[in-house]
Design a protein around this ligand. Structure first.
Ligand code: TEU
Length: 555
């Protein structure tokens, strides 16, 4: 395995709207990130990915960009961004921005010009088709509901949007569009960015000409998935992008790549891959269905374990994964991967242990380090996220009562992860002096950063120790570059694996249930490296683990 500086680091995702508000407008800001850099440094974070903070009308919370070269005033200005880059550098930290180039906002200048002249130069920046008889060019369903086509008012022209209608797709087949995008990326990299997280990137390649696939719901539309499976040639664009931008800057990049086929992995993350790394989404999509969120059944500890081990086996042959248990599009990891009613600090520490010691680069999502949980939204009016609002409608259309529909979408709502970070137990969890843009989880009185910082045995300190272990010269080689080998896979609710380097073997054993469970070690251990419980009960070679106990042993 090739060594790279970034493999030895730990990354952290900031969703700026909900991180820390310094000006009292109820929305987090760049100065808030600057204020918290020392906090993140203390935790052990090196790489920070900031979700979009460019100018945006916020139809999709900033994933609809109207000006790639400016900061939205709600977050501050370019001087703040420049200061953030300088302050991060002083602390040996690296800033990644979110690269959202499958689409822009309908309020972007390019699209405004396209609207004014659909067949002109800027019309060709997008996918615009004339449909005089109103028959759409294809029957694909947009990710946020309804057809991917939207009529340009007062004309017979329709434009394509894979996501919301305020997110028109950029036409990557047009070399001029690609040049504009690379120019913008280089402009940012020259400013001192370490790299990018790359949004929804598989979608840039379309099967053309547009055509129908069999409908998969009563709306007569089909999932875009069918098209993505057939599309070929995304690598031509991505390799060109890497040559023109990332490679000359030696940038670090992590791709949001869903459902890559195994044979494509070398092109994504191999030695000559277009990206440094990509996220492992296999556990997050494990129970996804074509019907919608309401029909998802959730994931058990056994299934989570199988998923993690399968990903490790699949990706590790080709490159270095980025591991997550949550992000801004997912429910909170502790609410999803710990069975209902069993979520407490010990089980949260177990989840932290198994996910941070897997092979790959850990990305911690803001608030994960204190175990922030899902929020049970009381009414659909409390939901801001367009994805959730659409899935609520899908559930109603499928015949669920409003209560059941709300409950079913609550479990997967993207707003679960977007509630403000709980800094302390003062009003609004210390996130803002104003009115927070999204409801604060009322459990902030007990789950907050201030309380966990001062308590040595808190989840926060457990994360700090796990991160420190990854960097400790006595263990780093094994944890970062070592092989991963599962053991006792057949034992129910036990997640255990070896991490091995030439010189060293570590064993992670996690009892993923509330009842105690025992295992017989294959060899004696030298040392308990980390334990989420006060002691470790051993009888000869037998380990007797308490419910949700997780240990790391040096063999
Ligand atoms: O997400 C891409 C994506 O495929 C999402 O539709 C994802 O499947 C969904 O959010 C899960 O519920 C990226 C961003 O991460 C997301 O926040 C944006 O909404 C989306 O792109 C459009 O830019």
């Amino acid at each position: 395995m090739q060594k790279n500086w970034w493999k030895e680091k730990v990354a952290y995702q900031i969703y700026p709207k909900s991180f820390y508000d310094t000006d009292g407008n109820g929305v987090g800001d760049l100065r808030g990130i600057i204020d918290k850099l020392d906090y993140l440094k203390e935790l052990g974070v090196d790489i920070i990915w900031i979700s979009p903070c460019y100018c945006s009308p916020f139809a999709d919370q900033g994933y609809d960009i109207s000006d790639y070269y400016n900061i939205d005033p709600v977050f501050g200005d370019m001087a703040d961004m420049e200061e953030l880059l300088v302050e991060a550098k002083k602390r040996d930290m690296y800033i990644l921005m979110d690269l959202v180039v499958n689409h822009c906002s309908d309020e972007h200048e390019w699209f405004q010009k396209a609207l004014a002249d659909p067949t002109g130069k800027y019309g060709k920046y997008f996918y615009i088709e004339e449909c005089p008889d109103g028959k759409l060019p294809c029957n694909w369903r947009s990710y946020f509901g309804g057809p991917v086509w939207e009529r340009i008012p007062g004309t017979d022209y329709y434009y394509f949007h894979a996501f919301h209608k305020k997110q028109p797709d950029l036409n990557w087949e047009n070399p001029q569009v690609r040049r504009e995008i690379y120019k913008m990326m280089n402009w940012w990299l020259d400013k001192g960015l370490a790299g990018f997280r790359i949004d929804a990137i598989i979608n840039i390649k379309k099967v053309l000409p547009f055509k129908d696939y069999p409908a998969d719901r009563a709306d007569g539309l089909c999932s875009i998935q069918h098209m993505l499976e057939e599309a070929e040639g995304v690598q031509d664009f991505l390799q060109e992008m890497a040559d023109q931008t990332f490679r000359p800057h030696a940038a670090f990049t992590v791709g949001e790549v869903f459902d890559a086929k195994e044979e494509e992995l070398p092109e994504f993350i191999g030695e000559h891959g277009c990206f440094s790394s990509m996220f492992d989404f296999d556990p997050t999509i494990y129970d996804a269905t074509e019907c919608g969120w309401y029909a998802r059944k959730g994931i058990t500890p056994e299934e989570f374990k199988e998923c993690c081990f399968a990903s490790q086996a699949k990706y590790s042959k080709y490159g270095f994964l980025s591991n997550i248990i949550e992000n801004h599009d997912e429910p909170r990891g502790v609410s999803r991967y710990i069975p209902e009613g069993e979520c407490d600090e010990r089980s949260k520490k177990l989840l932290a242990t198994v996910s941070l010691i897997l092979r790959g680069l850990p990305f911690i999502y803001q608030g994960q380090e204190i175990g922030m949980e899902n929020l049970e939204f009381q009414s659909i009016d409390e939901i801001n996220d367009i994805n959730t609002l659409d899935e609520y409608q899908v559930a109603l259309d499928a015949g669920l009562s409003p209560e059941d529909a709300l409950h079913s979408v609550n479990r997967f709502s993207r707003d679960n992860a977007r509630t403000p970070v709980q800094w302390d137990d003062s009003p609004n969890a210390g996130f803002t002096q104003g009115t927070p843009w999204l409801r604060v989880n009322p459990n902030y009185k007990t789950i907050n950063v201030a309380e966990q910082l001062q308590r040595e045995d808190s989840l926060w300190h457990h994360y700090r120790k796990l991160i420190a272990l990854r960097k400790d010269p006595s263990y780093a080689e094994t944890i970062v570059y070592g092989d991963l080998k599962p053991i006792w896979e057949e034992k129910k609710n036990l997640m255990a694996f070896y991490r091995k380097s030439k010189e060293q073997t570590l064993l992670v054993v996690a009892n993923y249930q509330k009842e105690p469970q025992s295992v017989t070690l294959e060899q004696v251990y030298k040392k308990v490296v980390l334990n989420n419980y006060v002691n470790l009960n051993t009888k000869d070679s037998e380990l007797c683990l308490e419910g949700y106990q997780a240990v790391i042993l040096e063999m």
